[in-house]
Write a protein that binds this ligand. Structure first.
Ligand SMILES: [Zn+2]
Length: 327
């Protein structure tokens, strides 16, 4: 299946079916169903009795093999799934994994048709892996299609991008996404959707949702002891610092918006608290802290001293108020 907001993109591919690219770059916002779309496209390319609009039949031997995740002419590459111990590690697709794809691509087809390689997300390939893939994109074997799926195409090597035909997979409109979540029985749909920037296919993370609400309570009335306590509890969850940085960055964005009398983007249910807070804070200090978060971004996946760094960031936040009192 594909999602309703993807039907125009499907139409676009379907109407040029005979002029298939040997490599597609399917890119768009995270959490909008790009992987599902790409898998459906792969199934369609392998289907032995496709429908009139090139959608897969779901009945043929090839579709059955695909549904069982056992199709000999399909290869899907993702970073290894994180378990609890590695949750803080940056997940990469490494060169060894790409080499197995290259071996696959040079075999002949099992079922006499096309072969499809899907890489998700393509930007998780490290440099060595990307260079290995580039070699094969430059001299593509016949009857092999590469589907590169990316949340952020700017993180891909330009040489790889130039070898692919790019297609934007759109995000749904906010109302459409909200309706989708409600139909799927999500509680707090509006809040969660706002936090996830309007992208409806986020993972359910109830523990993180609770921890985030606690952070927001703390940000509304920051106190040193509560900060130290919170940093300790955050650390125990074994989350990377980047998670806290994301939550805080979004809060600061909403503070800035509130100062300009604009509606909160990420935490709309906190609008009144934001309005009360931001009247007491200088805008330039908020920008300074946002800059600091941006400069720390490369370190967000580091595993060392998360507690200390969380304390440090939240104490920086606390000093927004102290500067105000010194004026
Ligand atoms: Zn089929």
């Amino acid at each position: 299946m594909i999602y309703p907001w993807q039907s125009a993109a499907w139409q676009q591919i379907s109407s040029h079916w005979q002029q298939q690219a040997h490599a597609w770059l399917l890119h768009g916002r995270q959490g909008t169903g790009k992987l599902v779309f790409a898998q459906y496209l792969a199934q369609a390319m392998l289907c032995e009795q496709p429908q009139a609009n090139h959608q897969p039949c779901g009945q043929c031997a090839s579709c059955h093999l695909f549904a069982q995740k056992n199709h000999p002419d399909y290869c899907e590459l993702q970073p290894e799934t994180a378990d609890d111990t590695s949750a803080r590690k940056l997940l990469q697709i490494k060169v060894d994994a790409v080499r197995t794809v290259l071996d696959f691509a040079h075999l002949s087809s099992h079922r006499g048709g096309r072969r499809v390689v899907l890489i998700y997300p393509a930007e998780s390939m490290n440099l060595q892996a990307a260079n290995a893939l580039l070699k094969i994109l430059e001299e593509p074997p016949p009857q092999v299609t590469f589907l590169l799926v990316s949340h952020n195409k700017d993180k891909l090597l330009p040489t790889i991008k130039s070898r692919c035909r790019a297609l934007v997979l759109p995000a749904p409109a906010f109302e459409e996404a909200l309706q989708f979540l409600r139909q799927n029985g999500r509680e707090n749909a509006a809040d969660l959707l706002a936090f996830h920037g309007g992208a409806p296919l986020f993972d359910e993370q109830p523990e993180q949702d609770v921890l985030r609400q606690e952070l927001l309570d703390l940000l509304v009335s920051p106190r040193l002891l509560a900060i130290l306590d919170y940093a300790g509890r955050f650390d125990k969850q074994k989350l990377p610092l980047s998670v806290l940085m994301d939550w805080l960055q979004k809060w600061l964005t909403d503070m800035s918006l509130s100062q300009q009398n604009m509606a909160a983007l990420y935490y709309p249910s906190r609008q009144n608290e934001l309005n009360n807070l931001t009247q007491r804070i200088r805008a330039s200090l908020i920008f300074d802290l946002q800059d600091k978060l941006i400069s720390l971004a490369p370190y967000g996946q580091h595993t060392l001293s998360v507690k200390m760094q969380a304390e440090s960031l939240l104490i920086d936040y606390l000093t927004l108020w102290q500067h105000k009192t010194k004026e």
